[in-house]
Design a protein around this ligand. Structure first.
Ligand SMILES: Cc1cc2nc3c(=O)[nH]c(=O)nc-3n(C[C@H](O)[C@H](O)[C@H](O)COP(=O)(O)OP(=O)(O)OC[C@H]3O[C@@H](n4cnc5c(N)ncnc54)[C@H](O)[C@@H]3O)c2cc1C
Length: 385
């Protein structure tokens, strides 16, 4: 058993860190202040070959493994979570169904421009009345000749306000229940498709989030991804990957919070000594470091299982559950270490705290992760592999 990163992945980390600090960091303050995503980053990431980290190079991806993608998400989250989210969607859940289910023609039309950053993608599953409960979505795509007519509302969609293409999850036939769920690509400008209200949030402010409205929106049959049915299982598969990556992005936020808190504890003097020298403060810093390591191991383990073609669904849920809950505690403690200034917006820790709060909710809430893990445990899948 070897817990160290190999040379190749160490180099990826160094390179990602250097690139993100050069290309992303300068835009963070303005993006946070205005609550706007620096849209040029899509094009820039495309130019730098920073999309589709795990996708084959023939489609414009980087052809790396899941561990590399996890390191990428961690480093991007460390720089800014609200900017990381939309860029990660473009490399994962927004486009991944095209890679797995798309025809060569669909890959040419949609996946390659996505990898070049020329088209922005979103993934739309959540509805006002069904989020966790994917089986009960009400958006319908009814086949009519060589078209599908889509009706319904999606909400809380990352990249919704800026997306050129939506990977849409919709029912095709209510009588089939969840087995009738399919996946479709809807292009901006299609009559009957419009952006609804833009949703303001507690954190991750640069990440654009909106409601999407489909009213008799006709899309060609060629925009269906894979078979008409069976989309439910495809979404479940996409979410397994998504969970590992969200956990890694959250870990990046925790690392930023830890670094800030550690430094502040060294610099801040109270009662004539560094606050790091107070046991209460040092314990917080120690707990942060321990939880970061534990979260990282679960995340890397889930990626490792995927990279070896092993079943990684439970490992992904465990990593997501543990890491995102740990990150909430880490960022809360970081605010505490900063005292009153931690609550002011003069330091970044208050932002880490707000940004971290999202992570136990997206790509399956903590409650849903416990449900998934619990079901697997019933099947006697408690193992160390
Ligand atoms: C900033 C942001 C970005 C997002 N981006 C996207 C996106 O790009 N695309 C997309 O499709 N969605 C997106 N979402 C939606 C997100 O995936 C959902 O909010 C999430 O899946 C939870 O669904 P819900 O909000 O409908 O909550 P609900 O499903 O209504 O859950 C409410 C509460 O009940 C609990 N609960 C529900 N079912 C169970 C159960 N069976 N057992 C125990 N507890 C349960 C939940 O854990 C939660 O605590 C985003 C959300 C946010 C906040």
């Amino acid at each position: 058993m070897d817990f160290s990163l190999d040379e190749e992945h160490k180099i990826y980390r160094e390179q990602f860190r250097k690139i993100f600090e050069k290309e992303v960091l300068p835009y963070v303050d303005e993006a946070e202040e205005k609550g706007e995503f620096p849209v040029h980053l899509f094009k820039r990431f495309g130019e730098l070959g920073l999309f589709g980290i795990t996708y084959p190079q023939e489609y414009g991806g980087a052809g790396l493994d899941m561990l590399a993608f996890v390191i990428y998400a961690e480093e991007l989250g460390r720089v800014n979570s609200g900017i990381a989210g939309p860029l990660i969607v473009q490399s994962s859940i927004g486009t991944e169904a095209i890679l797995h289910l798309g025809t060569e023609e669909q890959k040419d039309r949609f996946l390659k421009p996505a990898m070049r950053g020329e088209k922005i993608f979103a993934f739309a599953s959540t509805e006002p009345s069904a989020g966790s409960d994917l089986k009960n979505i009400r958006t319908i795509a009814r086949k009519k000749g060589d078209k599908y007519v889509v009706n319904g509302i999606k909400t809380l969609i990352t990249n919704g306000p800026v997306a050129d293409v939506i990977t849409l999850v919709a029912q095709t036939d209510f009588s089939k229940g969840y087995k009738g769920i399919g996946l479709f690509l809807v292009e901006k400008g299609t009559p009957g498709f419009k952006i609804g209200r833009v949703i303001k949030k507690l954190g991750n402010n640069p990440s654009p989030t909106a409601e999407l409205i489909f009213e008799d929106c006709e899309i060609p049959v060629e925009n269906r991804l894979g078979p008409e049915e069976g989309g439910f299982y495809s979404v479940m598969h996409l979410l397994n990957d998504g969970r590992i990556v969200v956990a890694a992005r959250a870990l990046g936020v925790a690392i930023a919070a830890y670094e800030a808190a550690y430094q502040y504890a060294q610099d801040r003097i109270a009662f004539g000594k560094k606050i790091y020298d107070f046991g209460e403060i040092r314990s917080k810093i120690v707990d942060m470091a321990v939880n970061i390591q534990a979260a990282r191991m679960l995340i890397y383990r889930a990626a490792w299982k995927k990279d070896r073609g092993m079943d990684y669904a439970k490992a992904a849920s465990m990593a997501k559950l543990f890491a995102t809950e740990a990150v909430e505690k880490i960022t809360r403690d970081a605010v505490q270490v900063f005292g009153g200034f931690g609550y002011s917006n003069e330091f970044d820790v208050e932002r880490y705290f707000r940004d971290a709060r999202l992570m136990t909710i997206i790509e399956g809430t903590s409650e849903i992760q416990r449900l998934i893990i619990g079901k697997r445990l019933v099947k006697h899948e408690f193992d160390l592999e």
